[in-house]
Write a protein of this length. Structure first.
Length: 267
């Protein structure tokens, strides 16, 4: 770079520019102005999600205290919908930049989630994973909350995916540090990053994963809102007929599925 500089015909002009714009100042230039996202309040959440105000406040308090929760329920009950809007209601706006979503699966690994060596044009390079990047992003914006939503959290091998950070995601161990396996960087999980896991109670792997997650996550059941006043009112406005008998059939099916899952877990 110094040789290129010497060959420039306008060295005095370049020197003035370097004096004006130091490297630190250039790094601080924000080339992408912050977007004004639509506001989203607790009232908006209660309007979108069929949940009582008391249950919502309990959910928010548990998340803020524990830092990690798992929304568990039957398929189609609205876990993903609820998780996103829960995050938005705490943020105060529908800001997707501060809400990251990912789905675990059996092949998902530490190298995908934290860091690992990947092939490149020159051999192998250390690449950072989604969780590493989100933690750094939250650290650099410590006055605001960030959220990671993990769909199908029980389908991944948590010990394999989180590695040494499985301890640091605990609420009382945030901001403590450990060395990462590959880079040996001192790393910690910020206390303004919240993890919301989603778990399908009809999945037979639930019993196995339950014990590994119980200490680090609070489990919150998400159930069909057939008895919610807002749901019943909305349902009546959408349909002319009385679908009470249909709702009863769905409730019976859900109860049978719950009993089946419980029996499978005992076996």
């Amino acid at each position: 770079a110094s040789d290129v500089y010497k060959r420039q015909p306008y060295t005095d002009y370049i020197e003035k520019l370097i004096t004006i714009f130091t490297p630190d100042e250039l790094d601080d230039v924000d080339t992408q102005p912050e977007v004004d996202y639509p506001e989203y309040s607790s009232a908006d959440f209660l309007s979108d999600v069929y949940m009582s105000e008391q249950d919502y406040e309990t959910l928010v308090n548990v998340l803020k205290m524990k830092k990690n929760i798992i929304l568990q329920g039957a398929p189609g009950v609205g876990k993903t919908f609820t998780a996103k809007r829960l995050a938005y209601s705490i943020i105060g706006a529908k800001n997707p930049d501060r809400v990251q979503m990912i789905q675990f699966h059996q092949s998902y690994s530490y190298e995908d989630f934290i860091e690992g060596y990947r092939p490149s044009e020159i051999g192998f390079e250390l690449q950072r994973g989604l969780f590493y990047k989100l933690c750094k992003k939250a650290y650099n914006d410590h006055d605001r909350d960030y959220f990671l939503i993990i769909d199908e959290i029980n389908r991944g091998n948590l010990s394999k995916i989180f590695g040494e950070l499985l301890m640091l995601v605990e609420g009382d161990k945030r901001e403590e540090s450990l060395k990462l396996a590959y880079s040996e960087e001192e790393f910690s999980v910020p206390d303004n990053l919240y993890i919301i896991g989603l778990m399908n109670t009809a999945d037979r792997s639930l019993a196995i994963m339950d014990y590994a997650l119980r200490r680090r996550f609070s489990f919150v059941p998400i159930e069909p809102a057939f008895n919610n006043v807002v749901f019943l009112e909305t349902f009546k406005n959408l349909f002319d007929k009385d679908y009470t008998s249909l709702i009863k059939i769905i409730e019976d099916i859900n109860l049978d599925c719950l009993l089946y899952t419980s029996d499978a877990a005992d076996d």
